[in-house]
Design a protein around this ligand. Structure first.
Ligand code: TMP
Ligand code: ASP
Length: 321
């Protein structure tokens, strides 16, 4: 099998049976500090692979698009081939790790809302935090892609948090990677295991890679223990979550816009002399019963053209809430 990519803890191989699929092989290697600290633990690859399979299947069942197809050998997953977007999407519920170091705050402080952060996927640069403006300027991803990844990461957060809660496990934070499939869909890629998330028990004891980062226990035994707990949870009891999309429709410039002109005149009369133009548009709020996927966004553009706006005189923007 041809090797496509060798990462720090995984290998990506070409599936000999399909050009659109890859085989992801989980190794026993664990790294921290962007590869500065590195060690092998027998059985780590297998447990990270099994847990990724379990959680990818669970998320797929909740309507989230992932690259997962099926499990092969004990440390191999068959996945859709996807071009990885070089941005790591981190979601935090509780302050820990680089968030505490960066802002000088205490570990364990609960954030009022889940926080999404973007990091550049580049070990040599030590995966720096990056603003959305810089991501767009550097051409690493487009604004729509970032909004989409943010929305999916928040959905993943909800579904993982609710599942873990059933077993008194606390999801502190996690990192997702996304890839673009041959069909152009953006899907959750890479892995979902304690290598990429922080999980605490009710006493804030780490059940994840912090054990290795901070040399505080048996990594494989802990991953196995947390997976056994996870398997006792009941995915069907996790409630669905609604997602909202806003479609903002505006008249194109140059097109007559009488209500806007009336409003402008009224504003001028009221003394707002610097108002150059007022344009009136409309906003549709669409509430979905499941997470937003690339396919839903494509359907929405069709809906927009056919139903919500007039493509000759109007332009529209889609906003994920
Ligand atoms: P951080 O606190 O080091 O920024 O990490 C936040 C979460 O994201 C934590 O669960 C570990 C995970 N993560 C990775 O798995 N790989 C990475 O390269 C980064 C930056 C974070
Ligand atoms: N993912 C990075 C590494 O494997 C950073 C970390 O997890 O600490 O080195």
């Amino acid at each position: 099998m041809d090797l496509i990519h060798e990462g720090k803890a995984k290998r990506v191989l070409q599936d000999p049976d399909s050009p659109e699929r890859v085989i992801i092989e989980f190794t026993d290697t664990v790294t921290a500090g962007d590869g500065d600290k590195k060690e092998d633990f027998t059985g780590k690859g297998t447990i990270a692979c099994e847990m990724s399979k379990y959680l990818f299947k669970y998320l797929e069942g909740k309507g989230i698009d992932t690259h997962f197809v099926k499990k092969l050998e004990e440390n191999q997953l068959l996945c859709k081939k996807a071009e990885i977007i070089p941005i790591e999407v981190v979601c935090r519920n509780i302050a820990a790790g680089s968030f505490c170091r960066r802002y000088g705050i205490e570990k364990g402080i609960e954030l009022t809302q889940p926080l999404i952060e973007f990091f550049v996927k580049d070990d040599k640069l030590h995966d720096p935090l990056i603003t959305t403006g810089a991501i767009i300027k550097l051409g690493l991803a487009e604004r729509e892609d970032l909004d989409f990844m943010r929305s999916v990461a928040l959905s993943v957060n909800y579904f993982l948090e609710e599942l873990f809660k059933q077993r008194n496990l606390i999801l502190v934070d996690f990192k997702l990677e996304f890839g673009r499939t041959e069909k152009g869909h953006i899907v959750v890629a890479d892995e979902i295991s304690p290598d990429i998330m922080r999980i605490w028990d009710s006493k804030a004891t780490s059940l994840d890679k912090d054990i290795f980062r901070e040399d505080k226990g048996d990594l494989v035994a802990t991953y196995t223990q947390v997976f056994e707990e996870m398997k006792k949870a009941k995915p069907d009891e996790v409630e669905p979550r609604t997602e909202s999309i806003q479609v903002i429709v505006e008249t194109k410039s140059g097109i007559k816009n009488p209500p806007g002109e009336v409003a402008k005149k009224a504003l001028t009369r009221l003394g707002f002399a610097d108002v150059e133009e007022v344009r009136m548009g409309k906003v549709f709020k669409i509430v979905l019963r499941k997470p937003i996927t690339s396919e839903i966004l494509t359907q929405l553009s069709i809906m927009n053209v056919k139903l919500l706006s007039n493509p000759i005189s109007e332009k529209h923007k889609v906003r994920l809430e």
